[in-house]
Design a protein around this ligand. Structure first.
Ligand code: HEM
Length: 401
């Protein structure tokens, strides 16, 4: 049986690609093991078909409090026993109840209603960038502010507070944060959101925290549940979309034929929507594996995963599985890519996926149409990647036009 250190470093030949060892495991050894930070060796599931089957299998649990759960980092292992119940650490039926309390604002119809506002936000940011000096950093100018503005408006938090959000969410998802740093960031954002919840109870608006405040008053949700949920939405909705905007731009600049195709089809919403799916597949930014623990013995390809064993799903491996996506290493904006696992799969599939899709469709559909001469201002090799988080991204993306 193959066993590798995990998370693995990426290939230097293509920083978007899963490591060659991971791709070999997908091909030759579908039930391998990985060694993680604490020396334990959870199972490692990489094939697209296996992930579809298992991520929908009630014998796998996301209960991070169980002994043997394969935590992402030392900081997470230290904080897990203190986490309240949350959609990200409960199984059905509790998960179903909690998720129902936040689903509505993230449904396709509600998110589609935000499209004109997202377009306006993006157009203003592009105007500002074009008025400013060249080169510009696309991460700071467009990548980060778009999702920050959108998520703060959805939550009902004032945008002036964005530095606190950006800082705390970065600390909370970075693998380099110490448990103390993570705890401090968690307390700061918890105190902020608690106060926001009070304000929204007294003066409700048309936003997610106000909806949760009403549920707390009605006894449908506890106060800690509401605060933790708002925190999860803030963190999850932040760097992920920001990374996708910047990395997608870099991947397109690296594949000029595909960039030209997208530019020429920017007014075709169907083409742009599919291009977003393909970029989500190709980049698969959540790169450190989603984690579960087996509740019962599960047989897979003749091997038995025992009850109590940790299981890691590498989403990038499934999205680069040639059996599902032929010539997976090729960025091909025309390929049918919608079955990708960039948002995970099964009951925990990303809550914010419709929102992320609209943000990305607006961003990719607008950026290269409005700035047709957009180009890298440094050689590709000098673009600084940020690999240390749950999702990878770029520290900066110097561009000119
Ligand atoms: C391109 C952007 C995004 C990517 C690639 C992404 C990826 C993911 C993945 C892979 C999961 C599954 C985790 C698991 O099963 O263990 C997930 C869950 C989740 N995402 Fe996202 N996400 C993105 C944007 C967002 C946004 C914008 C929001 C919020 C507004 C959000 C909120 C959440 C939440 C709350 C969960 C937990 C759902 C549950 O456990 O039921 N995400 N996301």
């Amino acid at each position: 049986m193959t066993e590798i250190e995990y998370p693995t470093t990426r290939e230097s030949s293509c920083p978007f690609a899963p490591a060659a060892t991971v791709r070999e495991m997908t091909r030759d050894n579908p039930v391998g093991k990985v060694r993680i930070w604490d020396g334990s060796t959870p199972w490692f599931i990489t094939r697209h078909a296996d992930q579809r089957a298992l991520l929908n299998d009630p014998r796998l649990s996301i209960d991070e409090k169980r002994a043997g759960y394969p935590h992402m980092t030392r900081a997470r292992a230290a904080s897990a026993p203190h986490h309240p119940q949350l959609i990200t650490n409960t199984d059905p039926p509790e998960h179903t109840r909690l998720r129902r309390t936040v689903n509505a604002p993230f449904m396709v119809k509600r998110v589609e209603a935000q499209r004109p506002r997202i377009q306006e936000v993006l157009d203003d940011l592009i105007d500002d960038m074009l008025d400013g000096p060249r080169p510009a950093d696309l991460v700071q100018a467009i990548g980060l502010p778009v999702p920050t503005l959108v998520i703060t408006e959805i939550l009902g938090a004032p945008y002036q507070d964005h530095e606190l959000f950006q800082h705390t969410s970065h600390v909370l998802i970075s693998h380099e944060s110490t448990p103390e740093e993570a705890a401090k960031a968690g307390q700061a954002i918890g105190a902020y959101l608690s106060e926001l919840l009070d304000r929204k109870t007294a003066e409700p608006g048309d936003d997610v925290v106000s909806e949760m405040a009403a549920r707390v008053v009605a006894g449908e949700m506890t106060r800690p549940e509401a605060i933790t949920m708002a925190n999860a939405i803030l963190i999850a909705g932040h760097e992920t979309s920001a990374s996708m905007i910047s990395l997608g731009t870099l991947a397109l600049l690296r594949n000029p034929d595909q960039l030209a195709l997208l530019r020429d089809n920017s007014d075709d919403p169907k083409f742009v929507a599919n291009a977003v799916e393909e970029l989500l597949r190709y980049l698969t930014i959540v790169h450190s594996g989603i984690r579960r623990i087996a509740d019962a013995d599960i047989e897979l390809h003749g091997t038995v995963i025992r009850a109590g064993d940790g299981v890691i799903f590498d989403l990038a491996a499934a999205n680069w599985d040639d059996a599902e996506f032929p010539e997976a290493d090729r960025l091909d904006l025309r390929r049918p890519a919608r079955r990708h696992h960039a948002f995970g799969y099964g009951v925990h599939q990303c809550l914010g996926q419709s929102l992320a899709r609209v943000e990305l469709q607006v961003a990719y559909g607008t950026l290269y149409r409005r700035i047709p001469t957009l180009a890298l201002a440094v050689p590709f090799e000098e673009v600084p990647f940020a690999m240390e988080g749950v999702a990878y991204g770029l520290k900066s993306l110097p561009v000119t036009w």
